[in-house]
Ligand binder design. Structure first.
Ligand code: CA
Length: 228
């Protein structure tokens, strides 16, 4: 499976940053600075599997329009919108237009690569391996094991799924509802307190000092975030 990733971004600094980090992670970035260029690159590279799309672009066609057209032409292509902090409403519009995910600028290389890896995994691309890592932690999705500094930490299936969501979204604030929905799938009538209970248990297992967590941080009256 191709590891081609379209990078549509008109700001050269951001584009170079994304391209360098994709290359380091073993992907093959295909660059475009305008919507027109993006469509040309896609025509030349029909095996592009994931597209990173900036929203504000020079010319008449913006990132949303590119997203709509890509989605209309290809059900399976992974689409990640690159949004600015002030564009939260735009983010929702992007997801409505068929995007799979979004990253808010400025983003860190691990955040970027984690998102791209997730999309590739979903596509069955099996990026490098089915492992996620963060600091001292290494999560193997195939054997469903978690290591901290090389030592196995025993987790319940539910705890394992929560850690997976965290490591797939480092630095992203996740609401209790979102965690509930993703881990308990149906979440029908399930109280979000069950999330808090599991987090408390996870902290005891993962944190050096569970009363001063550094990995699973609380976002007051909202939810939780992995890392800074
Ligand atoms: Ca732009």
């Amino acid at each position: 499976m191709s590891k081609k990733v379209l990078v549509l971004e008109d700001e050269l600094n951001i584009r170079s940053f994304v391209v360098i980090n994709l290359k380091r992670a073993g992907y093959e970035p295909i660059e475009a600075g305008t919507a027109e260029e993006a469509f040309e690159r896609i025509a030349d590279n029909p095996d592009i599997r994931v597209a990173l799309l900036d929203i504000m672009l020079p010319g008449e066609v913006d990132g949303f329009e590119v997203c709509r057209k890509l989605r209309a032409a290809d059900e399976t292509i992974g689409i990640i919108m690159l949004t600015a902090k002030s564009q939260e409403v735009d983010t929702i519009t992007g997801l409505m237009n068929g995007a799979d995910d979004y990253i808010t600028k400025p983003f860190s290389p691990p955040e970027l690569i984690a998102r791209v890896d997730v999309i590739f995994r979903r596509l069955g691309g099996k990026a490098e391996s089915s492992a996620l890592s963060s600091g001292p932690f290494k999560l193997d999705l195939t054997s469903r094991t978690l290591l901290k500094n090389g030592e196995r930490i025993k987790l319940t299936a539910t705890e394992f799924d929560i850690v997976t969501i965290f490591l797939e979204n480092p630095g992203k604030a996740l609401s209790r509802e979102e965690i509930l929905r993703k881990v308990w799938t149906k979440g029908n009538g399930t109280d979000t307190k069950i999330v808090d209970v599991n987090i408390r248990r996870l902290r005891i297992k993962l944190e050096d000092d569970p009363t001063n967590p550094v990995y699973i941080n609380t976002i007051w009256s909202f939810g939780y975030k992995w890392g800074e």
